[in-house]
Design a protein around this ligand. Structure first.
Ligand code: AMP
Ligand code: MG
Length: 370
């Protein structure tokens, strides 16, 4: 059984720290650290920068690295960590007292939740509508049936290919449009369960950015297990460079993108997966089939101003598959995207990104024109 590691490799700033890896297996911190792919040139560039304030956080089953510059940086990062822990206590499917656990345990009955939980669920429903149900947080019973439960780091994962009748049975209890949201009161149909694995880190990203902002921080790089947000610019006034992992060789990157005040969030089939009978099965489930989404895309990165939107959309584009994801990108100029197809046959890049992308190893891409 193989362990998947997820990260958007951050070029430059992570020189001095490890990249955060998302991992649901019982693995030590050292095991999930991955050496960033940093060119000698950017190493030299980075060594000229002042030391940032830095904080490593383990939450939401992932290692997070927060780095910020400025007089209030230490205090801001402390507050950020507290906020991340608070969000985890609300969103976790594992903690019994979390809002999500209460909703799942009480399905059929109304549950009053925190405003953060309400906001995250509302966004998931909105993106579910926008993506024709590709994002569907009620797919959780299937995620669990395949053994891809999030928030289960105390136990060995129990990956398995479920029997078809079980998949069919669970599919009968999937449908985000049946979640009833009334103010802060959430009601699921009986048997339904949800998880916010597809949006939680994006939500946390925005919450951290807001805290940094309130503390007057205008230069920071936060990496919540591969969900990256670049706040402002580097102290030398250049843009941050964020690497996008090579889905076929996760020690490498396929490209780096130069960004400021933007989230860079990837959903990939290498993050959490197992192999059986020579076939790979991963953690992003197609709500139409109940199987791991296998519609041509193996990695979808979304770049935009909102971490929550980018997180929700990267999962959705992955599920939608090549044609639909390209169509979606054509209609939504507010985001940029990098889509990698099966076997890395093609890399698609939206036109807003072409000036800010540097490909590795002479890799070629096709432009999605808008
Ligand atoms: P991400 O890594 O952001 O793409 O989110 C993947 C996580 O979201 C999985 O580990 C599941 O917990 C959950 N998930 C899987 N498939 C879906 C889906 N189609 N819609 C919403 N959430 C999903
Ligand atoms: Mg996501």
């Amino acid at each position: 059984m193989k362990k998947g590691i997820a990260l958007a490799v951050v070029l430059g700033m992570l020189l001095c720290g490890c990249s955060a890896g998302q991992n649901n297996d019982k693995t030590s911190k050292a095991d999930v650290s991955v050496q960033s792919q940093v060119s000698e040139e950017s190493k030299k560039e980075e060594s000229k920068l002042p030391e940032p304030e830095s904080r490593d956080v383990f939450a939401m089953d992932t290692y997070m690295v927060l780095k910020a510059y400025g007089t209030n940086a230490k205090k801001a990062l402390e507050q950020a960590e507290t906020e991340i822990q608070r969000l985890e206590s609300l969103f976790s499917v594992k903690l019994r007292d979390s809002d999500i656990s209460k909703i799942n345990a009480t399905s059929g009955n109304p549950v009053t939740v925190n405003v953060s939980t309400r906001t995250a669920i509302a966004k998931a429903i909105e993106i579910g509508d926008m993506t024709d149900g590709a994002l569907d947080i009620t797919v959780y019973p299937l995620v669990r049936e395949w053994g891809f439960t999030t928030g289960d780091s105390d136990n060995e994962p129990s990956y398995k290919i479920p029997e078809q009748w079980l998949i069919d049975w669970h599919l009968g209890n999937v449908g985000y449009d049946r979640i009833i949201l009334n103010g802060n009161i959430v009601t699921l149909p009986t048997q339904f369960e949800i998880d916010l694995g597809s949006v939680a880190k994006g939500y946390a990203t925005d919450a951290v950015v807001q805290i940094l902002d309130e503390n007057g921080i205008d230069s920071a790089l936060i990496n919540l297990g591969g969900n990256v947000y670049a706040l402002g610019r580097k102290p030398d006034n250049s843009k941050w460079k964020v690497g996008i992992q090579n889905p076929l060789d996760t020690d490498k990157v396929i490209c780096s993108v130069s960004v400021e005040n933007q989230a860079v969030i990837t959903s990939g089939n290498y993050e959490r997966f197992f192999e059986a009978d020579g076939k790979k099965y991963w953690h992003i489930i197609d709500p139409k089939t109940g199987y791991p989404a296998d519609n041509g895309i193996i990695s979808a990165t979304v770049i935009g101003s909102s971490g929550l939107d980018c997180d929700a959309l990267s999962t959705a584009l992955f599920v939608m598959g090549t044609e639909k994801a390209i169509d979606f990108c054509k209609k939504h100029k507010e985001i940029d995207a990098v889509l990698v197809t099966k076997d890395m046959e093609k890399i698609y890049v939206t036109d807003g990104l072409t000036k800010n992308i540097t490909m590795e190893d002479d890799l070629k891409y096709e432009v999605i024109k808008r």
